[in-house]
Design a protein around this ligand. Sequence first.
Ligand SMILES: O=P(O)(O)OC[C@H]1O[C@H](O[C@H]2O[C@H](CO)[C@@H](O)[C@H](O)[C@H]2O)[C@H](O)[C@@H](O)[C@@H]1O
Length: 280
Amino acid sequence: MTPARPTAEASDARLAEALAPLRADPARTAILLDIDGTLAPIVRYADDAHVPETTRSLLIEIARRYGYVACVSGRRSSDARRIVSIGTISYIGSHGTELLRAGGIEPVLDPAVRDWGRRIQAFGRDADNAELRRLRVRIEDKGSIVAFHWRGAPDEEAARAAIDTIAGRAEQSGLRTHWGRKVLEVRPPVRMDKGAGILSFLEHAELDAALYVGDDVTDLDAFRALGEMLAEGRVRHALRVCVASEEGPSELAEEADLVVDGTDGVRHLLERLLADDPAT
Ligand SMILES: O=P(O)(O)OC[C@H]1O[C@H](O[C@H]2O[C@H](CO)[C@@H](O)[C@H](O)[C@H]2O)[C@H](O)[C@@H](O)[C@@H]1O
């Protein structure tokens, strides 16, 4: 497709044009979707996130029609599947380091992260103190990643400042830090990126086109993986879609082929992927 300057919201005509190469041969098309902020609206507590039923129904149909469908999340793959609740699609979890294939029981973990769980969890336990609890910082244990959330804390600024200190401590102890939407993740010092997870998921796929839709910094790696596949001739068409939000990084819109407006915009895009006439 011809890359276009992203607009605040994709018009229907622009959307139809962008989706045409994906719709041309669904069996040879990969549909790759981030979850939080893309399929599931952002909510105060990570545990309360859910994918609206209308979006779920569309995804079920997309899984029937398209050759390779996966949700690509910063969450553990098992949590991602619990939230989306569809067994016929695959889940690439923990920013590309876990792969739970459609119908699978156990995720396959990247060996590079496998041995880091204990150390990361110990870091999370050490960081968890009375002050963090007073500030209502919430800690999310993701196995090989520990996340510190400050969304909805009574004093978000104070909570963020306490989390800054945790980030400094993590880096001093040789761990890596990654900032997302009102969340700090402390990770092992190994490659963890959605792009690597996608390349491994699609390693043996016979593809003509690929779509990725995401809203946050971690999705840039996925955009770049699609760019790599395009440059290497592994796909003839790649469509990178940014889900616009006030919190989203500006680079995502800059690197996108198309911008849609929030999770409603994503639902509309999924409808158009299935519609008889994508322009209506
Ligand atoms: O890659 P994703 O599927 O988009 O996951 C990114 C992170 O999503 C979750 O946190 C975000 O969503 C929460 C629920 O809406 C929100 O409360 C939080 O502020 C957001 O950062 C999840 O908890 C993280 O583990 C994921 O990495």
